[in-house]
Write a protein that binds this ligand. Structure first.
Ligand code: WT7
Length: 645
């Protein structure tokens, strides 16, 4: 395998920011170039200067110590992320500014100023200490999107406990595995959470997980719903009781820059999830600078990152990054289609959201639901839009730009990973034109390259493997409890560089298009094709709202293309026409041999299509592997029946 990936799809016309947006944005193209140049040539000076914008309890002796593949940033320095996110803001006069505006799915609204949030975090920090949590202990959080989630994260950070947030949609066994793997003695959960009007019994799941995770000793339980979940005496304590009893005085611990801030479990190509470990100082600096520059935040902005705190996006851009920059964030508990598909747009209008950061899978759902929902609301408060999580197909990009942004708001497509901690590729909104479907240029300090399996650069325009050649501050430090896996998975595949599984290509302007995971790549007649490109072509057809493409072993071609599509409301799918459409868009090579019309795709709860299972379905094989991370595992049976027909 050479790592070369063929592609034939044409490039999109660039979309320029308006003169008005460019004039007010904090960085122009020349500034970006000068900063980027310095960040690569002299990273120590660059990052040292950025870090000076934050508070350090003790200074560093060296900015970087790089013993490949282990990096230490701000060596010897001491700091505290929660202090920087809260105390520092209050001290600089932002005490009365809104930090978090929260809306429950049921319409309840709560607002926390920076002073309010600081007080809650101090109380929560003291409550954790009372439960016996000490510096370095892991604390698992299994919570809905409620302010207490952010408060609990910051409280851990404040005392130097390492939080491990487990998405509230995960099952009992997934939660138990993560508690046990992290060795958490304390779990913070809630009685229940609201989702599409129904109650999700988080405490019930937590109780069941506790049976399977003997390490667990204590549970702190937030009362979000009726407060009638059974409490186990001696083990369970209500959050509100514990915080009420706790003192509102607490001094943030001075922590070593390399002290772990959090563990976040993510799936790899093998079954067992990895606990990605992030540090205090480096992560803080990365989250801070990227939030400030990519989202071009201004004093009056209301920033809404719709990601759940269970994912890294919710860590870096719903909590840490925005608070470190002194921004106001909107947080929402519930589903995007409750009570209907207008919910987000109603919230944008009512709260006057100015910067919105969401995922392509959500954008395509909104597209599918129809323009009438956003069209009902006044979205004129929006000035910038962001996308993250998977490649955004140009069709969805343009819909987002036109229907949500009114052709007024730049759209930043941001590529990064749980492992990278902060945004790695994007197009800074006021500095450069965006190319729909293309993440864009490397962020500061990101030495990105497109290479073959043996590490040789490919020519511009050629597909290859996306690697990072230098350490960056917010990079993961290790895999929890398995440093060998860290070394092998991330730095061992291609000698001397970080590689985490994506294929990409770079154009003559240096813009990088991420084509998807390389394990999502097909080899058709000796030509390798990104599944994403074919999916993008399919979704570009009026009759298709979503598509997933996988390879099926084929005697003649090695692999052939199989597509699963969802029909756009009000249309019917003509399979032959669709095959011709893909031929037209990409080339005959990419024409699907089979197209199956489906009612749903096998997605994880975060919206990622599990192509591994689709490959098995397409090949008519028995499903093997753990299907418990799927939103709805029954989809697989229906798809298998369709394929068998
Ligand atoms: C993988 C990382 C980063 C936070 C959310 C996902 C894919 C992510 C993009 C993008 C193309 C993207 C990559 C990456 N991905 N953003 N803008 N364009 N692909 O974090 O679960 O760690 O997944 O998501 O394949 O490797 P994650």
């Amino acid at each position: 395998m050479t790592g070369k990936i063929d592609h034939t799809s044409h490039d999109e016309a660039p979309v320029f920011p308006s003169a008005e947006f460019a004039a007010q944005s904090s960085l122009n193209a020349e500034q970006y170039r000068a900063m980027y140049e310095q960040s690569i040539q002299d990273p120590e000076t660059f990052w040292g200067n950025i870090a000076q914008e934050l508070h350090w309890h003790a200074p560093w002796s060296r900015v970087l110590d790089w013993q490949e593949p282990h990096a230490q940033w701000f060596v010897g320095a001491q700091t505290n992320v929660a202090y920087n996110a809260l105390d520092r803001q209050v001290d600089s006069g932002l005490g009365e500014k809104r930090a978090i505006v929260w809306e429950g799915e049921d319409g309840e609204i709560r607002t926390y100023t920076y002073s309010d949030l600081l007080e809650q975090v101090k109380r929560a920090a003291n409550a954790l200490l009372t439960l016996g949590v000490v510096k370095g202990d892991r604390v698992t959080l299994y919570l809905p999107m409620i302010p207490e989630a952010a408060i609990a994260m910051l409280a851990c950070a404040r005392i130097g406990a390492v939080h491990s947030v487990v998405f509230g949609g995960f099952s009992v066994s997934a939660l138990a595995d993560r508690i046990q793997n992290a060795g958490s003695k304390v779990l913070v959960t809630a009685d229940a959470s609201y989702r599409k009007g129904a109650l999700v019994p988080l405490k019930g799941n937590a109780d069941a997980a506790a049976q399977k995770a003997p390490i667990l000793e204590k549970m702190l339980v937030v009362c979000r719903a009726n407060c009638d979940a059974p409490m186990q005496p001696g083990r369970d304590v209500y959050w509100h009781d514990a915080l009420e009893r706790a003192s509102s005085e607490h001094e943030a611990a001075a922590l070593d820059s390399e002290h772990p801030l959090f563990v976040l479990y993510t799936s790899g190509s093998t079954g067992k999830p990895k606990g990605v470990v992030h540090s205090t100082g480096g992560y803080m600096v990365g989250a801070y600078l990227s939030t400030k520059t990519v989202f071009d935040l201004k004093a009056g902005d209301l920033f809404w990152c719709t990601a759940d705190v269970g994912w890294v996006t919710g860590h870096s851009y719903a909590v840490y990054g925005p608070l470190l920059t002194g921004a106001s964030v909107l947080m929402y508990e519930g589903a995007p289609n409750h009570p209907d598909w207008g919910r987000f747009w109603d919230m944008v209008q009512r709260h006057k959201v100015s910067v919105l950061y969401t995922a392509p899978t959500a954008i395509r759902s909104f597209m599918r639901a129809g323009d009438e929902f956003p069209n009902r609301y006044d979205l004129s408060s929006l000035r910038l839009l962001g996308s993250v999580g998977e490649p955004i197909n140009p069709e969805a990009w343009r819909w987002y730009w036109r229907v949500i942004g009114g052709e007024r708001c730049p759209v930043v497509d941001t590529w990064w990973q749980t492992e990278t901690g902060s945004i790695m590729l994007t197009t800074l909104p006021g500095a450069f034109p965006a190319k729909p479907g293309t993440a864009g240029l490397p962020m500061f300090g990101v030495d990105a390259a497109i290479v073959t399996r043996d590490g040789h650069d490919v020519e511009d325009g050629q597909g290859g493997l996306l690697v990072i050649r230098k350490p960056w501050p917010s990079m993961l430090r290790t895999v929890y409890g398995d440093d060998e896996r860290y070394v092998k998975t991330y730095w061992g595949e291609i000698t001397g560089v970080y590689f985490a599984g994506d294929g990409a290509r770079k154009d003559a302007d240096g813009y990088i298009t991420v084509m998807g995971r390389v394990d999502d790549v097909l080899n058709v007649s000796g030509h390798r094709l990104g599944t994403m490109e074919i999916e993008s072509a399919l979704v570009g057809h009026a009759s298709v709202s979503e598509a997933a493409v996988v390879g099926r072993p084929d005697e003649l071609k090695g692999e052939c293309v199989v597509a699963f599509v969802l029909v756009q409301d009000g249309h019917t799918v003509d399979v032959d026409e669709l095959r011709r459409h893909v031929s037209r868009e990409i080339g005959a090579l990419a024409r699907p041999d089979a197209i199956y019309v489906a009612d749903a795709l096998p997605k994880t709860r975060s919206g990622k299509i599990m192509r591994r299972f689709l490959r098995q379905v397409a090949a008519g094989q028995e499903i093997s592997g753990d299907t418990s991370t799927l939103e709805d595992p029954s989809v697989l049976e229906r798809l298998a029946a369709t394929v068998a027909q």
